[in-house]
Design a protein around this ligand. Sequence first.
Ligand code: NAG
Ligand code: NAG
Ligand code: NAG
Ligand code: NAG
Ligand code: NAG
Length: 424
Amino acid sequence: MSSFSRSVSFKQRAASINSPGFCRKTLVPRLFCALIVIGSLVSFFFVIGCGYLYVLPNLTHTFHDHADRFSNFSGSEDTCDVYNGNWVLDDSYPLYNALECPFVEQGFNCLDNGRTDNDYIKWRWKPKNCAIPKVNVQLVLEILRNKRVVFVGDSMSRTQWESLICLLMNGLEDKNSVYEVNGNKITKQIRFLGVRFSSFNFTIEFYRSVFLVQHYWAPKHVPRRVRSTLKLDKLDDISREWIDSDVLIFNSGQWWIPGKIFGMGCYFQVGNSLKLGMPIASAFRRALSTWSSWVESMINPKRTQVFFRTFEPSHWRNLTLRQCNVTKFPLLEAGGKDSSSFSDAVFEVVNNMTVPVTVLHITPMSAFRSDAHVGTWSDRPSLSDCSHWCLPGVPDVWNEIVISYLLGSNEPASTSASTRFKNV
Ligand SMILES: *[C@@H]1O[C@H](CO)[C@@H](O)[C@H](O)[C@H]1NC(C)=O
Ligand SMILES: *[C@@H]1O[C@H](CO)[C@@H](O)[C@H](O)[C@H]1NC(C)=O
Ligand SMILES: *[C@@H]1O[C@H](CO)[C@@H](O)[C@H](O)[C@H]1NC(C)=O
Ligand SMILES: *[C@@H]1O[C@H](CO)[C@@H](O)[C@H](O)[C@H]1NC(C)=O
Ligand SMILES: *[C@@H]1O[C@H](CO)[C@@H](O)[C@H](O)[C@H]1NC(C)=O
């Protein structure tokens, strides 16, 4: 069992076979599973060896985090909270054309899937006392040269990964110089996707790890309803792939709901003991604290700039019935969706850490955007979806903020890091 899960490789991740649901849900005979294990082990050592060739660290150029990032030149008390603001119409948006970017997955390309109103792609986020600088694609491409950007999380992370690739591809003449390293197509279950910008020698990678911690088969001699467990004290096996990165962006939250945990026969485990009665909120905090210990012990803050994106609000009318109406315009009131216990937990854990972690607090800004979900303009038009976001759209703005942090931290020491959010 454990060798089965440990045997992930770049190729195997594509097949998502290390998820405990695979053999049970699809009823693949055990013999077939055993064959996959052996195949995985062989390809694991081969592919990991090759994989590291292109992700070798470049230690010479590090990102530095500044505590004073929101103060301006004068160092006044008036600081800018980039997450407090409103959406304004801006005709210079969207930042790219989804039809020209092969990394927008079909399910998120709302315009191509038949959405006809297009105001939703024209909104810019405007913080109260400052502005998010316009993305200078050429500058960002240069800053990322020889680097590794790694996204870790669920499908919301994958959307942001797609968005960043498309934002940056927009500045390239030769679109063929950008490709997925294994030639894989984007799918919902895929465990690893790595897109290489070959003319700039950097990769933007996505690792699917919806819980961040290990998801395993149930141990022996447990109640029958327990089919798998989340080991809250062990970070996901593939975490070793996240270490030597320059920018590391996490999220988690969407899967921490009863239907996706208990409903699937999944229960919590800490050490050797099963925690059958543990509430999801406590389990999420426990998993985050495992994550924070991992960051503290494995991440070199001189090399890696770590981000954690907070919860992405959804806009269901009734989630059980999967009913929702995508609106034409953003909401004027966030209606309570601007806060989330998942986001609060992230802040609590990060505030206790010594390795600097930037919390991308996108919960409040995204709460207004009931107009920006894929709705029925997805690859499953029969079901409405008010969780996922259209591309171009809201995830582009999350990336504009990430980019402004990256640029700010690369400015010469004489100009304050705060210039990344210009006073207006
Ligand atoms: C700093 O911010 C304050 C208040 O927002 C503003 O009045 C001042 O002009 C800003 N200074 C600079 C140098 O941008
Ligand atoms: C590409 O980047 C890696 C670090 O990620 C570095 O080791 C290597 O030398 C770079 N290759 C070139 C041709 O610059
Ligand atoms: C959603 O629909 C179900 C089934 O009709 C109902 O039991 C539940 O109360 C509804 N939830 C909300 C929030 O309206
Ligand atoms: C909202 O969506 C439901 C189905 O999810 C539909 O029956 C209803 O007519 C829609 N309401 C509006 C105002 O579009
Ligand atoms: C923060 O650290 C203190 C001291 O180590 C600990 O008592 C507390 O539980 C921690 N809080 C969180 C949210 O991890």
